[in-house]
Design a protein around this ligand. Structure first.
Ligand SMILES: Cc1cc2nc3c(=O)[nH]c(=O)nc-3n(C[C@H](O)[C@H](O)[C@H](O)COP(=O)(O)OP(=O)(O)OC[C@H]3O[C@@H](n4cnc5c(N)ncnc54)[C@H](O)[C@@H]3O)c2cc1C
Length: 459
């Protein structure tokens, strides 16, 4: 295949990190006939097993799926995914309610295993011609001579690699970001959420089935904290307990397995019998911290660029970190297609993606409050009922924000902006009401048309 713009020597890219974004980006670039080397800190997961460390499963939505389709990897991923139609809310009294995410089964999200997804993408990258080098941790970069040094953590050996340009997909703790920041002020700001998470497991039933409804994302909202559970295709659920770091209850007060059992007995009583290894999991699994990473700049001229969590790590409450990282990969590949000069391509990529990353970071933070404190609140439920009706009356204009983020691919910044207009309408129309009976539809329909232009159809 030809390289860029008919040039005789194909372009060469060095990607740092063969996680979710790195492996997908490698596939997309290698498919264009470009030379791609990927350096990954960990061992090959196909040989040594997947050393995940966090979030065993993830919600995959339309943005991520679209990116996977462009790498011909969507079918292999969906094959092992479990469909989630909506939130199954578990109330304190033990009752449950399914709140659908979309209109029907064409609007669902998918629970995928991080390890399996990563392996599908590494296979795809290699099949497309990328060379993936495992056990190579980026340690140091000399941007003047364009030499990168990697360390094999198994024996401490160092390996030097000459690069043309570095693409940083090495996650929230990015070593490349640290190296770039020695040359340019990235304007880095890390805002801790003040809450952390711990993963637990619901095993299959004795006869090998799912022990709760498989096609849902389960939520136990409890005000300032919550539990969620996502299904896995081997009939287990991964439960994530989110708690503040301080206060009561918090990871400061719930420290032992016995403390965890007492918390579950009081607040998650219907979940407790489903998690037989609660004490063990609680005491052995690490607590993961949650934070939002903001950068003012994502690249060092044409020599290096950051994407995915390395550029914009976010809290996980919209289930969009990976989806957004996958969108980054498609966008970066397109800007590299369109620009012969790396610096121009990286600048155009940053200009397109940074406002969108900031928008989904903001929405992810807002969604935490919604999930833990609003999904069981009467005002919220009334607004959601009205939202559904408006979406039916004005399908081209009034698309619930969750649907714009999850089932559409319009820019996140547009979803945030339109979501604010819509929220304003819902609050105004339901103020002082406890049902939709007396809604002034003439006024509301006219306001929707006035405030919300028709959304463009997506290709
Ligand atoms: C609890 C939790 C739940 C989540 N749930 C969802 C969800 O439901 N949906 C969703 O879309 N997103 C979710 N996310 C976010 C998602 O996990 C991330 O956004 C996504 O993993 C980002 O991909 P990435 O490739 O940028 O980084 P990563 O997946 O972190 O990959 C980085 C890779 O770089 C490698 N690496 C690191 N340092 C070096 C180095 N120095 N040299 C070489 N290699 C290196 C790592 O080993 C890794 O393979 C969740 C996150 C958390 C914490």
């Amino acid at each position: 295949m030809a390289g860029f713009g008919g040039m005789s020597t194909p372009r060469h890219f060095t990607i740092v990190g063969a996680g979710l974004a790195g492996a997908l980006l490698a596939t997309l670039l290698a498919k264009r006939g470009w030379q791609v080397d990927v350096y990954e800190r960990r061992g090959d997961p196909r040989v040594v097993g997947y050393a995940g460390g966090r979030s065993i499963n993830l919600a995959l939505a339309e943005r991520g799926l679209h990116a996977l389709r462009s790498a011909d990897a969507a079918d292999a991923v969906l094959d092992k995914a479990v469909m989630m139609r909506g939130r199954m809310v578990h109330f304190l009294d033990g009752s449950q309610q399914l709140q659908r995410y979309g209109r029907d089964d064409s609007e669902v999200i998918w629970s995928v295993s991080r390890g399996e997804l990563n392996i599908v993408l590494i296979d795809a990258a290699e099949a497309a011609g990328a060379r993936v080098h495992f056990d190579r941790r980026l340690d140091d970069v000399d941007f003047d001579t364009c030499m990168a040094r990697f360390i094999d953590d198994r024996d401490g050996d160092t390996h030097a690699h000459a690069f043309t340009t570095l693409l940083g997909a090495d996650g929230a703790g990015s070593a490349l970001r640290h190296q770039i920041s020695k040359h340019v002020d990235l304007g880095q700001r890390l805002e801790s959420l003040g809450h952390s998470y711990k993963e637990l497991e619901i095993p299959p039933t004795a006869d090998g089935g799912f022990s709760i409804e498989p096609n849902a994302l389960h939520i136990w909202p409890r005000g300032s904290y919550m539990c969620i559970a996502l299904p896995n295709d081997e009939r287990t659920f991964t439960v994530t307990l989110f708690l503040p770091n301080e206060g009561d209850p918090s990871f400061a007060t719930v420290q032992s397995g016995a403390d965890a059992r007492a918390l579950f007995q009081r607040d998650f009583a219907d979940a407790l019998p489903l998690i037989p290894a609660l004490e063990h999991d609680f005491e052995h699994n690490p607590a993961g911290m949650l934070a939002t990473l903001y950068l003012d700049r994502w690249h060092l001229d044409g020599r290096a660029v950051l994407l995915g969590d390395a550029a914009h790590a976010m809290v996980p409450f919209h289930g969009q970190g990976m989806n957004c990282a996958f969108e980054d990969c498609v966008a970066l590949a397109a800007h590299l297609d369109a620009n012969p000069d790396f610096a121009d391509a990286f600048a155009a990529f940053e200009a397109e993606r940074r406002p969108n990353a900031q928008a989904i970071q903001a929405m992810a933070l807002e969604n935490y409050l919604e999930m833990r404190a609003r999904v069981d609140d009467a005002d919220f439920l009334l607004q959601r009922a009205l939202e559904r009706q408006l979406a039916e009356r004005h399908p081209q204009r009034f698309v619930p924000r969750y649907a714009m983020v999850t089932f559409r691919r319009l820019p996140y910044a547009t979803a945030l902006e339109r979501g604010q207009v819509q929220r304003g309408l819902l609050v105004e129309a339901t103020r002082g009401r406890d049902s939709l009976d007396a809604i002034d539809w003439d006024w509301l329909d006219a306001e929707v048309e006035r405030r919300l232009p028709v959304l463009p159809v997506e290709a």
